[in-house]
Design a protein around this ligand. Structure first.
Ligand SMILES: NC(=O)c1ccc[n+]([C@@H]2O[C@H](COP(=O)([O-])OP(=O)(O)OC[C@H]3O[C@@H](n4cnc5c(N)ncnc54)[C@H](OP(=O)(O)O)[C@@H]3O)[C@@H](O)[C@H]2O)c1
Length: 304
């Protein structure tokens, strides 16, 4: 069977897409491919100077930058307001931005930073953009997770010592619990909006800057001739989220990732995720906690 590539993406001329963290790495590659296929792309970036520079590298003239700091609910609300007022319909939201293995810090609203940015910020943004998504027939939300979700602890609100790796793993499990729960809620409402997940395997991006020296060597580009089974370029790493976002055969509730050994690298295919990620009780608990912490309540009224 032939491998899915960006050449398989449909024409997106009439589509509007928002990509979070589009200033670098997988977000930039995603924005680039969407724009190359004609989409109007909103690059939602915390650093707008970086975002504008990224936008200039996209083909077409329909890219726009909106300031979004996922570590601030005020910023999330302001970004959603701007996107909502400038984009009455929204075909695609790619919840891509993320941080990994950072020292303990809190978001502006007091949440542990990794959980705050990777999950809560995206939970709030999606909920606030839901009216635009619901009114756009066949719209999609793609949430970017990681193989690291397999190590994630279902205790989403742990007491005790902060461990940067565990915080990342937990946030990536939360991404999946959220994506699948959103899928179930959209389905129950009768909406045509789809919620999918995707992970890149291991892609060479700045995300690894905070990881161990050994990991950086293993993933690094100078080992490319021998580590092709372990890591891939950002361009290839973006393929699973692009497939989840645009392939007509990709369905709500699915996750896409690389087809290689341990899903580390390869071509984008539908993948199974960990048993915990399909835990409906945990997903409901996370949903309630997220609504309570962000004060964003999802309304599926107006679903079509
Ligand atoms: N690379 C991998 O191997 C890998 C593996 C598994 C999963 N992932 C996932 O892929 C996604 C993208 O990561 P990447 O590899 O492309 O990393 P990256 O190159 O470091 O890019 C991360 C992006 O997120 C943005 N970001 C960080 N904090 C933010 C905040 N508070 N508000 C808004 N944007 C923020 C960054 O903005 P700045 O440019 O301003 O820093 C950047 O645009 C993440 O969700 C990550 O967990 C990556």
């Amino acid at each position: 069977m032939s491998k899915w590539m960006t050449a398989d993406m449909p024409d997106l001329s009439e589509r509007v897409a928002v990509v979070t963290g589009a200033s670098a790495g997988l977000g930039l590659e995603t924005a680039r491919a969407l724009a190359a296929h004609g989409a109007t792309v909103v690059l939602a970036c915390r650093d707008t100077t970086k975002g504008e520079a990224a936008a200039r590298t996209l083909t077409g003239t329909k890219a726009r930058v909106v300031e979004l700091d996922l570590a601030s609910l005020t910023s999330v609300r302001e970004a959603a307001e701007i996107i909502g007022s400038t984009c009455p319909s929204l075909d695609l939201l790619v919840n891509n931005a993320g941080v990994m293995q950072v020292p303990f810090q809190r978001t502006e609203d007091g949440f542990e930073l990794t959980f705050g940015i990777n999950h809560l910020g995206h939970f709030a943004l999606t909920g606030l953009l839901l009216p635009q998504l619901l009114r756009t027939s066949g719209s999609r939300v793609v949430t970017v997770t990681s193989n690291a979700h397999r190590r994630g602890d279902l205790d989403l609100d742990p007491a005790g010592e902060y461990e940067p790796g565990a915080a990342y793993d937990r946030s990536k499990l939360a991404n999946l619990l959220f994506a699948y729960e959103l899928h179930r809620r959209l389905q129950a409402s009768g909406s045509s909006t789809a919620s999918l997940a995707a992970h890149p395997g291991n892609a060479r991006t700045a995300l690894w800057a905070t990881s161990s020296r050994l990991e950086r060597v293993l993933i690094g580009s100078y080992l490319r001739p021998v580590n092709f089974w372990l890591a891939q370029s950002a361009q290839r790493g973006a393929l699973p989220q692009l497939r989840a976002a645009t392939d007509s055969s990709a369905k709500s509730g699915e996750c896409y990732g690389p087809d290689g050994w341990f899903q580390y690298a390869g071509s984008p295919v539908r993948v199974r995720t960990s048993p915990d990620s399909y835990d409906r009780d945990a997903a409901s608990r996370l949903w309630r906690l997220s609504e309570q912490l962000t004060e964003v309540r999802y309304s599926f009224a107006g679903a079509r």
